[in-house]
Design a protein around this ligand. Sequence first.
Ligand SMILES: [Zn+2]
Length: 157
Amino acid sequence: MAKAKAKAKKTKRKLAHPTLPMQRHLNLQHEGRYFDLQEMFDQLNARYFRNRLRGYKVKWGRRRKQRPKEYFIFGTIQEEDRVIRINPQLDQPFVPRWFLNYILYHEMLHSVVPDEKIGRRGRRRVHTKEFNRREREFYGYRRARRWEEQNLERFLR
Ligand SMILES: [Zn+2]
């Protein structure tokens, strides 16, 4: 009896995910163990950007065996192909959701605040005054910065 039950369950689960392995892999790049980046992106997009960010993909970056000990890159945005990558080390239970929201918001903000040219050599400044001003509009901005300061060590190990 128990056996039959287990079998039935298995079938059910299979039916719930009828996608091919490859498709599944592609679809779930935003889904971590603890956080679903797509869901968070959509909420931030509605709350702060009037859903202006279109065609963006948000995904967890790849885990790297070797990483720098001196600094930690929380997230990146690639404007050309509209991909936001979040460091997979943030997909951990000790990371507060509001902190991850802040990291995501920061990257999303890059897509709407233009960078500035500095100097004649064409260097760009991405964290402009306007960027910093808008970043502070994020709820709990100070709390997030404080958490980052207090917890950075945990990511650098
Ligand atoms: Zn930035």
